[in-house]
Design a protein around this ligand. Structure first.
Ligand code: SF4
Length: 349
């Protein structure tokens, strides 16, 4: 086995000590349905002595994925309902997703696009589809921001990324280019000078939204990769998914948000898990999520506070789901402080 390439088959996972031999048959059934890849950096980070390791839980397939519940759906956030041309999702007026590639360096077991990514997924946009996607962006002057997602856009070669960026540079109304990626964490060695130059090749303001869910993912190598990005002038923000068994306790969540801020990454979104097929073992209730997010208030710096978000199923977009500090008591407002105490506003005296 080559430790420098991702583990992609159940047999490789068994050989690496990440799956018990007697679980192989169940995992093979999962792998027939959903893509599998564990990058070398993530395989090395997994504590094989911990049956509940939060890194393993994110990347190593589990037979629980074979259970699909009635509320789950193949396209949980409704990308397809807002896709005017292949590769583009235009859900909000001033921004579009550009999904150039449906390949990832790892395949997250809770992925909301798990029916679209991977070797049996939607692949990479053809030259013709790419031409149509750019024509769409150019024809819509309200598009201020282009968000490259997928898949993970940073799996593209620097040459390919630079080509995309050069095409965006020619569209004057696009001012911001954002990349959603897991690469700085799961393949930090990929973040080199050539990649960074490619990300900046549009001349637009570049943002990188890093997807990470557990503080252990912010290894020294990952932090160094992020430092290279930030030092180059790229702004970094975070996105995380609230996941049962990974980060659903106040200490882990606080440590994750602090790790981002220490790495010069502003916590941005904490997503409630989507209704992706075979992911019910990751989901917690919205009430549980709100209590966890409330626990961060006061406990950690304001710099560390993410916005708790639900993607409304069906493609209706994101909604902030609290927790709320304000309630109307009929004659005025009551504001809750970080200890849970309520205060009238304005005060009665
Ligand atoms: S990196 Fe993103 S798109 Fe790829 S499997 Fe993970 S969550 Fe899904």
């Amino acid at each position: 086995m080559n430790a420098l390439r991702p583990l992609r088959t159940p047999a490789e996972l068994v050989e690496a000590g990440l799956v018990a031999p007697d679980e192989l048959a169940g995992i093979e059934r999962v792998a027939e349905r959903y893509a599998v890849a564990v990058s070398p950096a993530m395989a090395a980070l997994i504590d094989r002595s911990d049956p509940n390791d939060p890194i393993a839980r994110q990347f190593v397939p589990d037979a629980a994925e074979l259970t699909t519940t009635p509320e789950e759906r193949a396209d949980p956030i409704g990308d397809l309902a807002h896709s005017p041309v292949e590769g583009i999702v235009h859900r909000y007026p001033d921004r579009v997703l550009l999904k150039a590639v449906h390949v990832c360096p790892v395949y997250c077991r809770f992925c909301f696009r798990r029916e679209m990514v991977g070797p049996q997924g939607l692949g990479t946009l053809s030259t013709e589809a790419m031409d149509k996607a750019f024509a769409y962006i150019a024809a819509h002057p309200q598009i201020w921001e282009v968000i490259l997602t997928g898949g993970d856009p940073l799996v593209l070669s620097p040459r390919r990324l630079a080509e995309i960026m050069q095409r965006l540079s020619a569209i004057d109304h696009v001012k911001i280019v954002r990349f959603h990626t897991r690469v700085p964490v799961v393949e930090p060695e990929r973040v080199d000078e050539a990649l960074i130059a490619a990300l900046k090749a549009s001349g637009k303001t570049a943002y990188v939204a890093l997807h990470a869910n557990h503080p252990r993912e912010l290894t020294p190598e990952a932090r160094a990769a992020c430092a290279r990005l930030v030092d180059s002038g790229i702004v970094m923000i975070s996105q995380s998914v609230l996941l049962k068994g990974v980060n659903d306790d106040p200490d882990t969540l606080a440590a994750l948000m602090r790790a981002f801020v220490e790495t010069r990454i502003k916590p941005y979104y904490l997503h409630h898990p989507d209704l992706a097929p075979g992911t019910s073992h990751f989901r917690l209730s919205i009430e549980e999520g709100r209590a966890l997010v409330a626990s961060l208030r006061g406990r950690i710096s304001g710099l560390c506070q993410p916005t708790y978000i639900l993607d409304i199923p069906g493609g209706h977009g994101k909604a902030v789901i609290g927790p709320d500090a304000l309630r109307d008591n009929g004659s005025g407002c009551m504001v809750t402080d970080f200890r849970g105490g309520e205060h009238a506003y304005p005060p009665s005296e």
